[in-house]
Design a protein around this ligand. Structure first.
Ligand code: AHM
Ligand code: MG
Length: 344
């Protein structure tokens, strides 16, 4: 039998052998993975654990919270607040930042998470997941404020997600490629299933909510129109479509077999740059995708270079197989150039 490598061993190797992560970050990622394990067990109980359904509350963005959104948020906070690795946390489900109480030791990191992404899928037994991102606390003596969190995605020191599907699988990057670990429920530990994950540069699969087609801008319409024309169109090949409505599940598929994922700006709420959140969704997923050889853009700028101006900032998202993402970016550039020419 081939040797099984646990997440614990992988992290120790990242610290000792490759010198890639400090001990504090390794320990923090251990705690996050333990929280993911607990969330996985809660998700698995479903109706038997009384965890399904709405909680009767709304989060800061006015979205209905599910019981499991709240449970997952609490699990992540409880697991992380006393460990001594963190200074503060921020969550899609909380309005402000959560400072580690001063009765606990303070650490040097900031943890951001979407405790349970794909909430609309919780009650229908479709894959959902936890997404997380780790930043360093800026080095000064002040207490932590929201401003400390407003760092571009390129500053992340770790990012990942845990998908709760037929298997619970954790994907992680510390800037040294992407590794995936599946939860062995009998042993209670995450076991390495793939290291050096690579996304094919080309794809025949796109992922977008087609019901929003009439609201898209012309660059996105052009790209999807061409895909839909298949062999008879300019792309000269047939495309397949998948939309799970859980970003974690769509990105997991793309890390596994390639594809392009898009949740672009659209006209329904024109003042918002997009639906998805920069700090909890786009940044961690964008870094994973780049670390696996893919690309991530908002159409006009690399996602990891977008400077956040608020905690719950939203962003237009286009990420996945490199050549397809670059094509969409080119369509944006061509459209912008046409518009400029018209107005000149
Ligand atoms: P959530 O974090 O509230 O679950 O929202 C994010 C989700 C993504 O996982 C998914 O890609 C998208 O929203 C689906 O949106 P839609 O229902 O508009 O297709
Ligand atoms: Mg969510």
């Amino acid at each position: 039998m081939s040797k099984r490598i646990s997440l614990t061993r992988y992290l120790v190797e990242q610290q000792r052998v490759n010198g890639h992560i400090p001990a504090q970050l390794r320990l923090l990622l251990e705690v996050v993975s333990r929280a993911c394990k607990r969330i996985s067990f809660e998700v698995n109980k479903g109706a038997l654990g009384g965890v399904l359904g709405a909680a009767g509350s709304e989060n800061v963005q006015g979205e209905v919270q599910k019981k499991l959104d709240i449970i997952a948020n609490e699990v992540l906070i409880e697991a992380n607040e006393w460990g001594g690795h963190l200074a503060a946390m921020a969550s899609e489900e909380m309005e402000g930042i959560y400072l580690v109480p001063n009765r606990y030791p303070q650490g040097e990191y900031l943890l951001l998470f979407d405790p349970l992404d794909g909430s609309s899928n919780i009650d229908v037994n479709v894959s959902i997941g936890t997404i997380f991102s780790v930043l360093e606390k800026p080095q000064d003596q002040r207490g932590v404020t929201v401003d400390d969190f407003l760092q571009a995605g390129a500053k992340q020191v770790a990012a990942g997600y845990c998908i709760f599907g037929p298997q619970s699988t954790l994907a992680l990057t510390v800037g040294n490629g992407v590794a995936m670990f599946t939860l062995d429920r009998e042993q209670g530990s995450f076991v390495l299933i793939e290291d050096g994950v690579k996304i094919p540069e080309d794809t025949k699969e796109f992922s977008i909510n087609m019901s929003n087609m009439r609201h898209w801008d012309p660059a996105v319409r052009r790209y999807i129109d061409e895909c839909l024309q298949g062999e008879d169109g300019p792309r000269g090949k047939n495309f397949n479509m998948r939309w799970i409505a859980s970003m974690v599940a769509d990105i997991h598929r793309i890390l596994t077999r390639g594809g392009i994922f898009m949740y672009p700006w659209d006209k329904r709420e024109p003042h918002k740059p997009g639906k998805l959140r920069l700090m909890y969704e786009a940044n961690p997923m964008g870094w994973l995708i780049e670390q696996a050889g893919g690309a991530a853009t908002n159409g006009r700028q690399r996602i990891l270079e977008v400077q956040p101006t608020q905690l719950h900032e939203r962003v237009s998202v286009i990420m996945g197989s490199k050549n397809e993402v670059e094509r969409v970016q080119r369509y944006y550039a061509e459209y912008d150039a046409e518009q400029q020419a018209v107005s000149a």
